[in-house]
Ligand binder design. Structure first.
Ligand SMILES: [Zn+2]
Length: 222
């Protein structure tokens, strides 16, 4: 196929078959102009400002579908009170949503279930230029656009640690806490996946801001 034919073919489908950055696997990336628009609007709004806990990073991606124009490294939420460890590399629209999830959902759930404050969230994934579930030839993961976050555990100020892997079917307090954290995420993100979704998510919650449906309002909460 000539290069021109390839472009016509891709133009019709609105897809591009690309090589993952540095890796051997390939993925299919849909054209997502709305994601770029959302990022620009977020940056222009001034909602996200660089602080000690939120640092600006150089643009990610370059000549591929991966990355973001102005990514941030989020090291803490709720004005620095709750650490994200390690810091998460995220695009602008993710930052306020993660913050709201922490402040409106996770912190109250920790106080309700354990009578202690939330100190730290264990991050097991943020930006990564890869296909969904690492399956070569699949669609580009929202992680490739710095538009997704994976968390595996929550640590309280008294040292209590609640892990998704053991706590999802753990004692009553852990189950109540983790289900509240999962359900509450569905009000902040367009995609929320946990242990009930599939085996790939048995040990973490995945949240992202994928643009779903014709109007972008479709959500997945599983
Ligand atoms: Zn994920």
């Amino acid at each position: 196929m000539s290069p021109i034919r390839v472009r016509v073919f891709l133009g019709i489908l609105g897809l591009a078959l690309l090589s993952a950055c540095g890796g051997g696997s390939t993925f299919i990336a849909k054209n997502e102009p709305r994601l770029a628009d959302e990022e620009k609007a977020c940056l222009a709004s001034g909602t996200v400002r660089a602080t000690g806990a939120i640092l600006t990073r150089a643009a990610l991606g370059g000549p591929s579908a991966c990355g973001a124009e102005q990514p941030f490294e989020m090291a803490a939420a709720d004005n620095g009170r709750v650490r994200l460890k390690p810091a998460a590399l995220l695009r602008c629209p993710m930052i306020p949503q993660v913050d709201r999830w922490v402040v409106n959902v996770i912190e109250p759930a920790a106080r309700r279930s354990f009578g202690a404050s939330l100190a730290e969230i264990t991050v097991v994934g943020s930006y990564a230029c890869r296909p969904i579930n690492h399956v070569s030839g699949g669609y580009l993961s929202e992680h490739g656009r710095a538009n997704a976050l994976d968390v595996s555990a929550f640590t309280l100020t008294d040292g209590t640690r609640i892990r998704v892997k053991s706590g999802w079917r753990g004692d009553a307090r852990q189950r109540a806490f983790l289900r509240a954290v999962h359900a509450g995420a569905c009000a902040q993100f367009s995609t929320v996946l946990g242990p009930n979704y599939d085996r790939n998510h048995h040990d973490h919650f995945h949240v992202d801001l994928a643009y779903r449906g014709p109007d972008g309002l479709r959500t997945v909460c599983k």
